[in-house]
Design a protein around this ligand. Structure first.
Ligand SMILES: NC(=O)c1ccc[n+]([C@@H]2O[C@H](COP(=O)([O-])OP(=O)(O)OC[C@H]3O[C@@H](n4cnc5c(N)ncnc54)[C@H](OP(=O)(O)O)[C@@H]3O)[C@@H](O)[C@H]2O)c1
Length: 303
């Protein structure tokens, strides 16, 4: 019997990375190596995740994306690298280091940390975080490594976080830019992780993207799904046109003390403008996955 392919997950203590490891181990068709920054992590939550990964059958390896010398040995014997690092100063240089090490060690496929709208269709400047994805993807293409992108729209799990400013619970409002009628893509983090576990060795996904969405809803439908799931009411509050949103961002950005003051709106822009809409949703590729709708997700979520 042929040996199972080895998959290296980087960012494995992260919110999504830990779920990707679980999904890979549940599927059971790959050997899983989980890279962590410290095997004896002083962070209690991270340590719990590391122990759980070990118990589930992952091999834990220590490395740091900003220390390229640690990455070469880790990539040895690896078939697929999955990156799930967050958005920060490490995103671009760290993933470039990882691509270099993967290339040198003959890794077969690289999955960068995307898990987003289709940033390939955006222009630089549309979204600070997605600019980083564009830069890493360009570097990956130039490397000649085989790649698979995972594009899932917005995580439904963002409801109640600053990354979905539409839900203004403090003021009882549901606020949005645009006409409220544009289709938008949403997927849960759990379902995204399951799709990653399928995509990882799917030969049909060489040098292309897997586009998936738990549900495609307009802003008005998103509000209705929330109200139906929770039995709570929010006041619908249109904020202006897509052009006015773009102008709002341009005006806000120079004076912002933190990107969180305008990056959520940049994400909203990429969605309500349809500029980064997924146009090749392929859920049916894996009929074994039954992704949650927004309503199903919100019925279970504690929001
Ligand atoms: N579509 C959406 O709506 C949406 C929403 C949220 C996130 N995302 C995307 O999902 C992806 C994962 O995000 P996340 O929220 O899961 O990230 P996260 O929770 O912040 O996790 C980041 C991971 O990267 C690791 N890391 C950071 N610096 C490192 C370094 N120098 N060397 C090695 N590892 C390092 C962290 O390790 P430590 O634990 O040691 O710090 C952690 O495991 C990102 O691409 C993010 O943009 C998409």
């Amino acid at each position: 019997m042929a040996a199972k392919p080895t998959v290296l997950v980087v960012g494995s203590t992260g919110m999504l990375g830990a779920k990707i490891i679980s999904a890979l181990l549940d599927k059971g068709t790959t050997e899983v190596k989980a890279m962590v920054r410290s095997i004896n992590d002083s962070d209690e939550e991270n340590q719990k995740k590391i122990e759980a990964m070990k118990a589930q059958g992952a091999t834990i390896v220590e490395g740091d994306l900003m220390k390229p010398e640690t990455l070469l040995a880790i990539c040895q014997g690896v078939d697929v690298v999955i990156s799930s690092v967050g958005n920060n100063e490490v995103t671009v240089p760290g993933q470039k280091n990882l691509i270099d090490a993967a290339k040198q060690q003959g890794v077969k496929r690289f999955i960068p940390s995307d898990y987003s709208v289709d940033y390939r269709k955006l222009d630089y400047g549309d979204n600070d975080n997605l600019d980083k994805r564009k830069e890493v993807f360009e570097y990956l293409q130039q490397s000649g490594l085989e790649y698979t992108l995972i594009l899932n729209g917005a995580f439904m799990d963002n409801v109640g976080t600053p990354y979905m400013p539409q839900f203004d619970f403090d003021n009882g409002n549901f606020q949005y830019w645009g006409d409220g009628e544009t289709p938008l893509d949403f997927t849960t983090t759990d379902d995204t992780a399951k799709y990653v576990a399928e995509a990882v060795t799917d030969p049909g996904l060489a040098n292309t993207a897997l586009e998936v969405a738990g549900e495609v809803l307009t802003m008005k439908q998103l509000l209705a799904a929330y109200e139906e799931a929770t039995g709570k009411k929010l006041q619908e509050k249109p904020l202006g046109s897509v052009e006015e949103l773009k102008a709002w961002i341009e005006q806000k950005k120079p004076s912002a003390k933190s990107p969180v003051e305008y990056v959520p709106q940049q994400y909203e822009y990429t969605m309500v403008s349809s500029k980064a809409k997924l146009d090749n949703i392929q859920n049916s590729r894996y009929p074994n996955i039954k992704p949650l709708t927004v309503r199903q997700f919100l019925e279970k979520a504690d929001i």
